[in-house]
Design a protein around this ligand. Sequence first.
Ligand SMILES: [Mn+2]
Length: 311
Amino acid sequence: MEAKKCWVTLATAKSYVQGVICLAKSLMRVKTKFPLLVLMLNLEGGETDITREDYDELIKLGSSYHFQFIYIKEINRVRSNATRYIWERFRNVSTKLRVWEVEGYDLVGLLDADMCIMHNMDELLELDLDDNTIAACHACVCNPLKINMYPANWIPENCAYTNGPIHPASASQAPITNSESYFNSGLIILRPSKSKFNEIHDHLLNHENPDSLLFEDQDLLNEVYKGNWIGLPYVYNALKTLRKCHPLIWSDKSVKNVHYILDDKPWKEDIEKMRAMTVDERSDIWILNNWWWKVYKDEEWKDEDFEDVTN
Ligand SMILES: [Mn+2]
C-alpha cells in the first residue's frame, strides 16, 4: 500500500489565523500534491482566543483549498513560573507535539503557521526516515538582533551557517550536521507515532529543569533528537533574518519556504503604507513581507519582487 503523507500546521491562537490562511494558500499555489491538516484547539474550554468567526473563515477556506481539520487538546505549560516565557507567543507552542499523534499518515511535514511556501517542496515527503529520526533545518545562532535573553553561546562562531555551503551550493546542501547541531522547529519532517509522542511528552513532563527550555518545544525536541536528525538545506526553512545575516548563502529565487520568525509578523504590517513608501524608507524585510502579502491577497509575484542579494 502506498504511504500516506501530509503537511500539518496548528491553529492555536487568534494572532496566527492569518498565518494559517496564507500558509494554506501558498501550498496550493505551488501545487503540492499533499493535503494540509490543520490541528485546532477546541473553541470551548478556554484554550484559545480564536473566535467562531475565525473558525468559519478557516473552514470556508478549507473547502476551497482542500485542507482538513483535526481537533486537539492543548499541552499545558510545565513552567514552574509562567512569567518566565521568553515571549508570550510561545505560550502554547508545546501543543505542537500533538503532531506526533496524528493518525492515518506515515510521514508528515510540520509547518509553522508563520511560513510561506514559495516553491513546491513535495520532495521533503519522499524522505526515508525511521521512527527515531526527523529532518529539519539548522537554527541560526548568530543572534543578529542581539536579543539579550538568547543564550550566551549564540554567537556567529557557533552558527552552522557561518561555515556552511554558500550560494548556489547552499540551496541543495545542508550545513554540517553532528551531535552538537541545533535545529529550528518550524519545519520538521517526521513519522507520527504514539510511542514517540509518549516519549517526547514524558520527557517534557519529567524534565529536571523546564525553566531551561527557553525556546520551549524547540529546545525540548533538540534534546530528544540530539544526534538523530538529518540536516536540510536552508531553503526549506529560510529564517527571515538569514537574508541579511548570511547573505552569502541566500538567494531570493532559491528560497522554497520563508519562515517569518520573531514578533513583527507580516500580517501586522500595514502593507498599503509600505507599498506607498520609497525603497529607502522600507524596512530590511520588506521584500520578504511583500511575498507573503501577495499570497495572502491572491496577487502574482513579479520578477522585481526578487533580488539576488549575493550579486
Ligand atoms: Mn515560527
